[in-house]
Design a protein around this ligand. Sequence first.
Ligand SMILES: [Zn+2]
Length: 290
Amino acid sequence: MKTGRVVYIMGSGRSGSTVLEVLLANSPDAVGVGELSHVIEDGFIKNKKCSCGEEFRKCGFWGRIVARVESERRDWERLNRILRGVEWHKGYWLTLLGLQKKKVQCDYKEINEVLLDAIFEEGEGKYIIDSSKYAGRALALSQQRDIRVICLLRSPSGLLNSFRKPNKEEQRPKSLVSLFLYYVYVTTSVRLAISRLPTQVFKLNYEDLVKNPSRVLDEISEFTELNLVDVKRKVEEKRMHTVGHLITANRIRKSQYVTLNTKIEVKDRHTLIEKVLIFVMQMWAKLLRL
Ligand SMILES: [Zn+2]
């Protein structure tokens, strides 16, 4: 059953994807689910705490999804392996090259249909906002659903500042070399996905969202057909946005409201080697037309 549209946020870690997801999920037509790619593991398997304060299975929203999808016995460990095998790092290349086994493709499609249908019906939204970020998920989902992809990236300098901040729950601070390799990997994988996606992709830099939120929200609204009138007003009035029911590991999961911080941190205290790497990363992104 095809019940609505998925607005999918693809991109790198620490690029403001959760903030963007919270903004879009505050549309009256939408339901935000965080990183749906992690919900089987963090929710169905580990029963982690939701942003509403309840455990996944006891949460007012996810509890209803659980009741609906667990009416049939499911092997969540196996389904999680299938999901990772299609969307995550190594699996991405198989998906990109069309080399996934038929059985894996069928099981992948089935579990996504079941989850998305349950969320559309229980969430009563015409749109699901999914911020899983994996390029592989954008590719695989586009083969089965009406999807609009927003490719969200952050400037190399902003990414470097962000990855320096210690944060136990998210990706750990990276060394310069691993950050560089991570950036090259993510930008290459999103570039390849963009060229393969049957739908158009909206390319967005986090810095543009922060500098010009009203204009960017108008563009996203036009691209996705999401009603963002109230969201835009709240951003302009610097009001809070409600965080829905997020399960996946993120600091925002621990707050019930967020505001869009429209001040860009300017920390130009980069060392020479950092400046060189930032320059190479900028050139790389330019080469990939990102
Ligand atoms: Zn909840």
